[in-house]
Design a protein around this ligand. Structure first.
Ligand SMILES: Nc1ncnc2c1ncn2[C@@H]1O[C@H](COP(=O)(O)OP(=O)(O)O)[C@@H](O)[C@H]1O
Ligand SMILES: [Mg+2]
Length: 317
């Protein structure tokens, strides 16, 4: 079980907090569940994901508050040499760009082997056998041939499978998949999502799925966190979120999902405005059709039942 409590990630300038980018995010990832973090680009999803690894893409980003528990261990207060043991072994993050995540000058076998070389005492032959098994697990055709391939010789879907193989190599407790299908066409997307479901079942993995795509969320998640402007604005089990979305932002996202079963007669609804971190308590205030002056007041995230919570003034009794 992973638990994030009041996580804050900030942009640092001259050794001071310049801007909060993740503003007090709390979430839970129970064993074997697929938890989605959904929201449009810029809402702070990737930064939340990186926080689990305590590595950010640039030096000026820092966790400035909060806790991340893995069972009873707070990963944020661990010394650097200790967190290294968790990275890659217990928690694996598949980064947003699968292309750049693989080393173009090394074969797939070399890249997979390295994981075992660093983290286990297996012999060369055992490592080779493990690599083959991994490619079978992620359903790559001709695994023996593919091991000798370089990344550019593989399709986008195959590369994503390789990354998933790397992610599950050491049987981590949690994989964080950041926009895992964004670069892929729709059929391949479906296959990759199917693979996540199978692996979750086979390996009892927990998956934190980061995506801007509510369609993907619908097919994959057990529980959903909707993020906007650095905050969780709504959370709940899938049925609650889709059947009774409470936050105007969530409602907008769901309305914007293209329906697979019907050809749209009118242009798809898009959400007006742009994503911007606001200083109001509800970060959606300046884009919300239902906003009123008292939305600028601070109020608390409120649960309407045990499976559904929201940050919206209209829901507070
Ligand atoms: N290195 C950085 N320097 C400054 N701002 C950043 C940096 N990385 C991310 N941000 C800002 O943090 C916010 C959240 O980023 P991110 O977590 O990548 O969003 P998401 O993954 O939801 O698209 C964005 O507004 C982005 O502009
Ligand atoms: Mg991102």
């Amino acid at each position: 079980m992973f638990k994030v409590k009041n996580l804050e990630v900030s942009l640092i300038k001259n050794n001071k907090i310049d801007r909060l980018l993740v503003k007090g995010v709390s979430l839970k990832i129970p064993d074997g569940k697929i938890i989605s973090l959904v929201g449009e680009s810029g809402s702070g999803k990737s930064l939340t994901g990186y926080s689990f690894m305590r590595i950010f893409p640039s030096q000026n980003l820092k966790i400035t508050s909060g806790k991340i528990f893995f069972n009873d261990i707070d990963l944020i207060s661990l010394p650097e040499e200790k967190i290294k043991e968790f990275r890659g072994r217990d928690i694996f993050m598949i980064p947003q760009e699968p292309l750049t995540a693989l080393n173009p000058v090394l074969t797939i076998e070399r890249q997979l082997s390295e994981i075992f070389e660093v983290h286990t005492n297996l012999s060369k032959d055992e490592i080779k056998a493990q690599c083959l098994k991994l490619l079978e697990l992620v359903k790559i055709d001709n695994p023996a041939v593919r091991l000798k391939s370089y990344p550019h010789q593989l399709s986008g879907g195959q590369r994503q499978r390789i990354l998933i193989a790397m992610a599950v190599a050491l049987k981590p407790s949690l994989i964080i998949a950041d926009e895992p299908t964004t670069a892929l066409d729709v059929t391949i997307q479906g296959e990759i999502l199917e693979l996540f479901l199978e692996l979750r079942k086979q390996l009892n993995l927990s998956i934190l799925l980061i995506t801007h795509d509510f369609g993907i969320v619908k097919s994959l998640s057990d529980y959903i966190y909707v993020m906007y402007g650095g905050k969780i604005v709504e959370e709940g089990i899938k049925e609650e979120i889709f059947e009774n979305p409470l936050h105007p932002y969530t409602q907008g996202l769901i309305d914007a999902v293209p329906s697979i079963t019907s050809v749209p007669k009118k242009p798809l609804k898009t959400i007006p405005g742009y994503s911007k971190i606001s200083d109001f308590y509800c970060p959606f205030y300046d884009r919300c059709d239902l906003a009123q002056a008292n939305c600028k007041r601070e109020f608390l995230f409120t649960f309407i039942n045990e499976n559904h919570g929201v940050l919206c003034r209209r829901v507070i009794k």
